[in-house]
Design a protein around this ligand. Structure first.
Ligand SMILES: [Zn+2]
Ligand SMILES: [Zn+2]
Length: 340
């Protein structure tokens, strides 16, 4: 079968590889759509901290069930022909994190396309419980968006966002936009901060009440006003730079919450004073756990205008060129979806 392989940094191509073996407890999928993520771009550029080469990329996956064991089908309610969203986090089920319902940070976690082969290929097997079927059929494009939206949803959960609150999201890339959508779904008002005007315009179109461009106005002042003169109840950091993490800690109101979902491998050097003085809850957010069904339900009910995230649709052969273009012109992209 064909697969998109990163052989080493800056060397991504479509290659022929053996197809997967069907096994009990796992379901065989014909992959239909794959979102290209910042993770894939990091893999392309050789900047990902855990990823080893060669690696088949892709973890934002929609597939159609091609084969499932009869017993598994009976247990799961899945059948051949169903279109599903794939939860790409393979967890051990036994460690203390898995037992606590925090499989997203399992001690032995393997993410498809990062620690093991991904799904940017024609066929894929995944554990039955990782295939999520919506209650009514959704497009493959939407199904491929469930995983990145889950990243935002987990950050919103970690920030304990409640209805009626003011929330700021720093960063209007796909993860920031996902967090914005999920905070809105939770009933919060959302302000979003980004350097790029095109990204802010897209976020406004998708429901952000206030957009803030640091080149045009003072972020701290704008967020203070947005949060009724106190600052926002919660801030979700979706950039992953030391400066924006510090900005979140500085701008959130006293007693507020900061959830960091932006990834960084830079050391963080910050003044601890504001965090202590305001008695903040500052937490990290990784992947998602147990959130796929709720996201699918919101999509089915038409309460999640997620499709607007898709700015580009490409075929498998165009992936290497698309990665190079995303690297050169990142703000032109929110989500590119590969149709398989
Ligand atoms: Zn992703
Ligand atoms: Zn585990």
């Amino acid at each position: 079968m064909k697969a998109v392989l990163a052989r080493e940094p800056f060397d991504v191509s479509v290659v022929d590889v053996p197809g997967p073996e069907v096994r009990p407890g796992w379901v065989l999928l014909n992959v239909r759509a794959v979102g290209i993520c910042g993770t894939d771009l990091y893999a392309y550029r050789g900047l990902h901290p855990f990823l080893t080469y060669p690696r088949i990329l892709g973890h934002e996956l929609a597939g159609e069930i091609a084969d499932i064991d009869a017993e598994d089908a009976a247990k799961s309610g899945l059948s051949v022909g169903d279109h599903v969203a794939v939860e790409p986090y393979l967890n051990c089920g036994q460690c203390h994190m898995c037992r606590a319902g925090r499989s997203n940070a399992c001690l032995k976690l393997e993410v498809l396309g990062v620690h093991c082969e991904g799904g940017m290929c024609e066929r894929l097997v995944v554990p039955v419980e990782k295939a999520h079927k919506p209650t009514r059929p959704l497009s493959d494009d939407l199904l491929a968006l469930v995983e990145p939206i889950g990243i935002g949803a987990q950050a919103v959960r970690r920030a304990r966002v409640a209805s009626g609150e003011s929330v700021a999201v720093i960063g209007a890339g796909p993860i920031g936009v996902s967090a914005m959508l999920m905070a809105r779904l939770a009933g919060a008002r959302v302000a979003i901060v980004d350097l790029e005007a095109t990204r802010l315009a897209r976020a406004a179109e998708m429901g952000a009440e206030l957009t803030i461009r640091p080149q045009e106005r003072d972020v701290a002042e704008a967020l203070l006003a947005f949060g009724e003169g106190l600052g926002p109840d919660a801030i979700i950091e979706a950039v992953g730079m030391p400066a924006t993490i510090c900005q979140a800690i500085e701008c959130v109101r006293a007693g507020g919450r900061v959830a960091i979902v932006g990834q960084s491998n830079k050391p963080l050097d910050f003044s601890y004073g504001p965090m202590m003085k305001k008695e903040l809850d500052v937490v990290a957010s990784r992947n998602s756990a147990g959130l796929f069904p709720g996201i699918l339900a919101a999509m089915v009910e038409g309460r999640l205008p997620a499709e607007k995230m898709i700015t580009h649709r490409v075929g498998m052969a165009e992936v290497p060129g698309t990665l190079a273009d995303m690297d050169a012109r990142p703000s032109e992209y929110c989500k590119a979806v590969v149709r398989i």
